[in-house]
Ligand binder design. Structure first.
Ligand SMILES: Nc1nc2c(ncn2[C@@H]2O[C@H](COP(=O)(O)OP(=O)(O)OP(=O)(O)O)[C@@H](O)[C@H]2O)c(=O)[nH]1
Ligand SMILES: O=C([O-])CC(=O)C(=O)O
Ligand SMILES: [Mn+2]
Length: 582
């Protein structure tokens, strides 16, 4: 306890005074500590042990059925001025927000242990990394934070050295959806979360710190905190290009980050390296290129749909040392979810006998938590304190119609417009209706800690003399045909699209110019062994002018909804495209 920072000690003492825990435990992140916590959770039923033969050191957590996803309507950005949070966020005045949530915290840890969790987002010795401390009364949260962040003694040492850290207070409360708030005070580098144990609401290093608070900090410090995967693509010549991609929640980041090349590509020597699957912090380096780190140390991934066919790398990492949340189990206690061809579910995610008519075996937003190092495609470059240089940035959404398989932005300004205009069908990652198309700029609608208009301006500001910016693209793996079937095979075959992008970066591939952006001709894509008919490919690579005219109108209204703060160049870029389509 000796050398702890006074600011940290004082804050921990004040939280203890408010929440009245029976005991306080400072987490060191050790194996012994984790073993003790696991024992405790097994005894309380927070964890269920899975089959030790098939899944050594794997556990299942069944959450409260009303606590299975992020709650955007209860998530607030509490800046002094409402305009600074913007129309993209729910806002509450800081004093009111503190009063409201502190009332819920009063005495909430009686009978519980309060855990103090120091963590570092990013390689511990990276100048791009940032630290925080999460106080929580949930051992499940501690166990997950230990996998998802660099947690414990080393992080605490860095905090003591630097003196600054993000303060996160979390209590699961009574898990009552009526008494639940996720509040952010970016001006105070503070997070207060109450009433949920679900990842995005409770693992405060992730969405709350690494996206909402960090995006706010990044704006003033000249960098970007983004909802992006980072992947390295190694071609047969042994050259590796790094790509970052922003897709909304449950729209394919984990899958693209761990992609296994199609057979022909594998034979030719293509390799794919995983740096990160959800969050990317990037900053221009001395050479003008954009350098990116993954601030996380693990994956909190969507289980349903993960199989040896779709994502073999992900499946391979789930056979040991993993925590599963809200999946089903087989009769011999192996985890099971929809999309797994092997095994038969015996119990559903609520522990009831499986009955297809009652519920899927796994909740659609059931998740796994596992160390990044468990992934076969994980690269040591993910530990590089300087980060990896980006060759391309990809935006994408889930759009069953209109949006082509891929197009390239003409320049940075156009690319920022493409990102700002993104739209996607909603998914089970947040509570509320699923499958509704909504604008989700840069996949950051739920995660930007400030006004989107200012955020767009910040993006534009990177285009300055000397900058060697990544090329920007947009993809859509989710187009459907008249029968409601996906038209593009997706998953590993997405490498075919990435190959075209990287050839555009190095000037080796052609494109057709359209007002919407530059598209490959069908012959520019490698379709060897794909078995896709020519008509479908043609359709995937066509711009429907009438449809895009309407889309541009809608994008215009969207940009206008941010009022005078929306950068003029973005509006002008949109108007130019609309005019060309007319
Ligand atoms: N059809 C199709 N489905 C895909 C593709 N890639 C991913 N999916 C499915 O989309 C769902 C979510 O994918 P993930 O990769 O876990 O999504 P994510 O973007 O990492 O999500 P978050 O962790 O919520 O941020 C899974 O059910 C996948 O099987 C693809 O290329 N084509
Ligand atoms: O943190 C979470 O809740 C999971 C996630 O990645 C997302 O929803 O985008
Ligand atoms: Mn995410």
């Amino acid at each position: 306890m000796s050398s702890k920072l006074a600011a940290l000690n004082d804050w921990v003492a004040s939280v203890a005074k408010l929440t009245q825990p029976d005991a306080i435990h400072w987490c060191d992140g050790s194996d012994a500590e984790n073993a003790k916590l696991t024992e405790l959770m097994l005894s309380t039923g927070d964890l269920v042990k899975l089959n030790e033969q098939t899944h050594p050191n794997c556990y299942l957590h069944r959450s409260s059925p009303s606590d299975v996803a992020r709650v955007e309507h209860l998530t607030f950005v509490c800046t002094s001025k409402q305009e600074d949070a913007g129309p993209n966020n729910h806002w509450m005045a800081p004093a009111e927000a503190h009063a409201k949530i502190d009332a819920l915290y009063a005495g909430c840890m009686r009978g519980r242990t309060m855990y103090v969790v120091p963590y570092c987002m990013g390689p511990i010795d990276s100048p791009l990394a940032r630290c925080g401390v999460e106080i929580t009364d949930s051992p499940y949260v501690v166990a997950n934070m230990r996998i998802m962040t660099r947690m414990g003694a080393a992080a605490q040492a860095r905090i003591e050295r630097e003196g600054s850290f993000v303060k996160g207070l979390h209590s699961i409360g009574q898990l009552d959806p009526e008494r639940r708030f996720i509040m952010h005070f970016p001006e105070e580098l503070t997070i207060k979360s109450f009433g949920s144990g679900y990842g995005g609401n409770a693992l405060l290093g992730k969405k709350c710190h690494a996206l909402r608070i960090a995006s706010y900090q990044a704006r003033t410090e000249g960098w970007l905190a983004e909802h992006m995967l980072i992947v390295g693509i190694e071609n047969p010549k042994g050259e590796t290009h790094y790509v970052a991609a922003a897709f909304p929640s449950a729209c394919g980041k984990t899958n693209l980050a761990m992609l296994i090349p199609p057979e022909g590509y594998r034979r030719d020597g293509w390799k794919v390296w995983t740096v990160g699957d959800d969050i990317c912090w990037m900053r221009p380096g001395a050479d003008g290129r954009m350098y990116a780190i993954n601030p996380e140390a693990g994956y909190f991934g969507v289980a349903p749909g993960t199989s040896a066919k779709t994502n073999p790398n992900a499946l391979a990492m789930l056979y040991k040392d993993a925590i599963f949340t809200n999946v089903g189990v087989t009769a011999d206690n192996q985890p099971w979810w929809e999309g797994l061809p092997e095994g038969t579910p015996a119990k559903d995610w609520q522990g009831r006998p499986y009955d297809k008519a009652v519920s899927p075996a796994a909740h659609p937003n059931s998740r796994f938590t596992v160390s990044a190092k468990n992934c076969p495609s994980y690269t040591a470059k993910a530990e590089d304190p300087q980060g990896v240089p980006l060759s391309a940035i990809v935006f994408g959404g889930r759009r069953e119609s209109l949006v082509p398989l891929v197009f390239e932005a003409r320049d940075w300004t156009h690319g920022v417009l493409v990102g700002a205009s993104m739209a996607s069908e909603t998914t089970a990652a947040a509570t509320g209706a699923v499958g509704v198309v909504r604008r989700d700029s840069m996949a950051m609608k739920p995660f930007a800690g400030y006004n989107f208009a200012d955020y767009f301006a910040h993006w534009l500001s990177f285009d300055k003399p000397g900058a060697q910016l990544p090329k920007i693209f947009h993809v859509n793996w989710f187009r459907k045909n008249d029968q409601g079937k996906f038209m593009w095979p997706g998953f590993g075959d997405n490498l075919r699209v990435l190959e075209w992008m990287l050839k555009r970066v190095t000037g080796q591939a052609g494109a057709i110019e359209t007002p919407v952006g530059n598209l490959p001709k069908p012959s520019d894509l490698n379709t060897d062994g794909l078995g896709l008919d020519a008509a479908t490919l043609e359709q995937l690579l066509t711009i429907d002018r009438a449809g895009w005219k309407a889309e541009m109108e809608s994008i215009g209204e969207y940009l206008d909804s941010y009022g005078e703060r929306t950068p003029h160049v973005l509006k002008a870029e949109r108007a130019k495209i609309a005019a060309q389509l007319a």
